[in-house]
Design a protein around this ligand. Sequence first.
Ligand code: ADP
Ligand code: MG
Length: 225
Amino acid sequence: TTEHLARSEKMNVAGQLAAGIAHEIRNPLTSLKGFLQLMEAGVDVDGQYFKIMKEEIEKMESITSELLYISKPQPHHRKTVSLQSLLNDVCTLMRSQAKLYDIDIHLTTESDQILLECDPSQIKQVVINLIKNAIEVMEEGGVIQVRGFQAESNLIIEVQDEGPGVPEQILDKIHEPFFTTKENGTGLGLMITNQIIKEHHGDLEISNAPEKGTIIHVTLPNHSR
Ligand code: ADP
Ligand code: MG
């Protein structure tokens, strides 16, 4: 039955997540154990080993903190906020980090009259995740465009980068937990982003920008209409 199917699909997601976590944590643990055994055996470990060990620990740290975010029962703090000021806060926060990579963040909003009913810290998290991804693919610097506007009965947030775009063949994989093409990625950002947007009854679409780069298009219901 459909209900049965839906349930087994849900189990699959949990199982998939659990397998992913086990895998992602086991690899750094194995390498840490190896280094400890070397030290125990009296091998002269140099600074390079410590650097790798620290990186492995940091990797597990970022995985566990992102997982905590998922598993926490999220109390909703719904508020009505100005879309413009929310986006302004996030862009201000991210600009200093972007500067380090020679990236500017341009914000365009129609007016300060557009109101968004949401959990502001969660929607901020969404935009932060999208801007982070944009920064991470723009190796040559450039401009990230953030737009906030109203379209019919929806509110739209767009984040456009000048990176290489998402290759067609991985487009349906990038939402999966732990799917990453980055050396130090967790592959959890888009999954969390999607989850927050779903909780807000919204939608996320990814498309290629006309010249180069990616446009992430977030649609949220407009409660003020
Ligand atoms: P992470 O950033 O840790 O890799 P995400 O879930 O945020 O995890 O993203 C998953 C993958 O989706 C990335 O590794 C990358 O391959 C792809 N991706 C996400 N955003 C972009 C983007 N703006 N441009 C190109 N690829 C992207
Ligand atoms: Mg990410």
